[in-house]
Ligand binder design. Sequence first.
Ligand code: ZN
Length: 242
Amino acid sequence: MTCAIISDIHANLEALQAVLQDIENYKVDKIHCLGDIIGYGCNPIECLNLITRHCDIKLMGNHEYIVLGLLNLEHLNDIARASIELTQKQLSDRELSILADLDMDAEIENACLVHASPYEPEEWHYILTIPEAKRAFESFDQSLCFVGHSHLPRIFSHYPNRECSSRVGHDLDLDTECRYLVNVGSVGQPRDNDARACYVIYDTTEQQIQYHRVEYDVKLTQTKMMEANVPLMLVERLEIGR
Ligand code: ZN
């Protein structure tokens, strides 16, 4: 079976449409979404509708969690707070109830799926360093864990009795001896200096991971964001992917 795993769409409709179109080329069996469908961008409802229609597993991200009022806005910076408030204004009870139904984590074959970290998923920890990855490996039983959240495509590998290692997201034939933590990158707000949308295809039969990068109409997204009064920093970072 093959599945596409997407994350961190952030209400970027053009990026999501381009990714869904690209996925069609690979005839995957399923599409799973690791959360942060909304926040930052200006098309939360359209993105939510597309995710609802196309995705099998749909997980909660920290942006959904905040919009639902489950996390205090106090510790957010001004830009994040402004974007959350813009999103909250657009969503009706119908969309909020879809968000409230999202799962915190899920399991497929030999892999667990979660937005941020397999430990304390509702604390929204980032997994960026080897110690953080080590803690993550101790917190799931499967061979693989797919995450999003940092918007940085990266694979952490952990062989038994060896130190963890990490590399930028790359195509990989999985070794049955090894366990992996795979960050699938971001569809709508990439931050690895590559403006193209990012997602992963996981072939559970061949045990292969493939990263895909997809160009989309960044200028159109930026124009719409400016018209919607999205903070300029969020608009500008799209074209440099940072
Ligand atoms: Zn995100």
